[in-house]
Design a protein around this ligand. Structure first.
Ligand SMILES: Cc1cc2nc3c(=O)[nH]c(=O)nc-3n(C[C@H](O)[C@H](O)[C@H](O)COP(=O)(O)OP(=O)(O)OC[C@H]3O[C@@H](n4cnc5c(N)ncnc54)[C@H](O)[C@@H]3O)c2cc1C
Length: 454
């Protein structure tokens, strides 16, 4: 089995993704270098995305620990620097009925409460640390794509508001077109609050700046290539240096190096998601689809598309990514995504696409996020598996990991009372893990059929 699942093109840590976010990230540089020495600290964090940097920030600021973050690329090289910028409620991929059956109503409510808190955590961090991350919109719009889809959405909104106590509202086809947007596929929708859009790379860079301010060390271009554990703790090797630490936080999500530690093997299902961004749209073009909202929007189907109007009037449109991550397959997939964009928004047929890029989201076998400690070695913590909804969930997971590490018992992996059951512990491995790309193909086939039937 190889270290990672996709084509090598997905793991070029020395190259930034050619995204709209990279092109607009601003000029201020961060004072970070590659690791070229042997260091000692309390906690070593692997991965400088939202999970890793939020853990580092909270460990330093609230628990006064000595933390060193090791990142293979630059800050925000991973999904945290290339996502759609939806800060919204989600994080799992279970149907309502399955979640209720598995966990019961109280635990399900608990989970959703933590999701709302997670959105507010991101907002609070942005305000408190004065991060210039272009927050816009005040809810997530889910668009039904058929009459049957609208009926299903109505049941879902009932469940969200009556059972879970969420701020969800149903929108008829007319209400959606009058107040938000219109396009042929829309058959009504719903709006769920709180949600907002942000500049994901600016947010992660701001979080890095805040973590540095509170005392964290961050080394970039410093991939961890070997991990040795002994009675003195953990020794992480990069090409040119080492970090020795009592605790380790694994925060590598969809880019996890599976051979680095046996407990990482086969526990994640990384999937590629892709995004295209148009040139700025004119007022007349926006009017053609009655576009008058800044709210992040998704289609309420299994193989969904996600889209939003950006502050400079460009339009971001995302969806399914390439199958194997190779350059050729990615190119084919961008073509398909652009065709899909033009199919959904026929009035924008001739609009040029200025940016296209992709990255890895991360699923787990139980379809919920995973926060925990390694079995047999509670000094190692992890947070991963946000199912394409990590802006809030990963940031919150980093905070939970920090709290657990700083206040939990040293020798026990038992769940702390404040952690929702839905996210607790290491998920089961995928059986025949080497065949995960085939699972994905089969899953996508099934989702396509389910969407066609509805
Ligand atoms: C195209 C796309 C669109 C998305 N859209 C949204 C959205 O709109 N809203 C939303 O909430 N979520 C979205 N997501 C998901 C979200 O971006 C992720 O869930 C979140 O960023 C995960 O954060 P993380 O810190 O756990 O992982 P990452 O940000 O992926 O960070 C992991 C880091 O680990 C590093 N790493 C890996 N191996 C090593 C090693 N051996 N040594 C050192 N470093 C290592 C990687 O370089 C990487 O930077 C999207 C994802 C993608 C790809």
């Amino acid at each position: 089995m190889s270290d990672r699942l996709y084509d090598d093109a997905m793991y070029r840590f020395d190259k930034p993704e050619q995204s709209y976010w990279e092109a607009t990230k601003g000029q201020t540089s961060l004072e970070v270098q590659r690791l070229t020495a042997n260091k000692v600290c309390d906690v070593a964090v692997i991965g400088a995305g939202y999970t890793g940097l939020s853990a580092a920030y909270h460990l330093c600021k609230e628990h006064d620990l000595d933390v060193h973050v090791l990142e293979a690329g630059h800050i925000g090289w991973g999904a945290s620097g290339r996502n759609g910028g939806f800060c919204s409620i989600g994080g799992h991929k279970l149907d309502d009925s399955v979640m209720l059956k598995r966990y019961g109503l109280d635990v399900t409510r608990d989970y959703y409460k933590s999701q709302v808190e997670a959105v507010e955590l991101v907002r609070d961090l942005i305000v408190e640390e004065e991060i210039d991350s272009h927050m816009i919109g005040d809810g997530e719009i889910d668009v039904a794509c058929s009459d049957k889809g609208f009926t299903q959405l109505r049941d879902h909104v009932d469940f969200q508001s009556n059972e879970l106590g969420l701020d969800a509202e149903l929108l008829t086809k007319e209400e959606l077109s009058e107040s938000y947007c219109d396009f042929p596929l829309q058959h009504g929708g719903s709006i769920l609050r709180p949600t907002f859009g942000l500049h994901p790379l600016q947010f992660i860079r701001g979080l890095a700046r805040a973590a540095l301010k509170h005392g964290a060390e961050i080394s970039i271009n410093s991939e961890v290539i070997e991990w040795v554990s002994d009675s003195r703790g953990h020794l992480l090797h990069t090409k040119e240096g080492t970090v020795r630490a009592r605790n380790v936080v694994v925060a590598t999500n969809g880019f996890s190096p599976e051979l680095l530690h046996s407990q990482l093997m086969g526990v994640t299902l990384p999937m590629i998601s892709a995004i295209v961004v148009t040139r700025p749209l004119t007022n007349a073009e926006l009017q053609a689809h009655q576009w008058s909202t800044d709210c992040p929007t998704i289609t309420a189907v299994n193989l969904m598309n996600y889209f939003r109007l950006l502050p400079d009037k460009r339009f971001l449109f995302g969806g399914r990514g390439s199958s194997d991550g190779s350059v050729e397959d990615a190119k084919r997939n961008y073509g398909k995504l652009i065709s899909r964009f033009r199919e959904v928004f026929p009035e924008w047929q001739g609009v040029d696409i200025d940016y296209q890029w992709h990255g890895l989201i991360c699923m787990t076998r139980r379809l919920t996020p995973a926060i925990g400690r390694f079995t047999g070695d509670p000094s190692v913590f992890f947070g991963f598996g946000y199912h394409g909804n990590g802006v809030n969930t990963a940031t919150w997971s980093g905070q939970q990991v920090a709290r657990w590490l700083a206040t939990g018992k040293e020798s026990s992996i038992a769940k702390p009372s404040w952690l929702p059951d839905v996210v607790y512990g290491m998920p089961q491995r995928f059986p025949f893990a080497a065949l995960r790309l085939r699972y994905i193909a089969a899953q996508i086939g099934m989702m396509t059929i389910r969407d066609k039937l509805s």
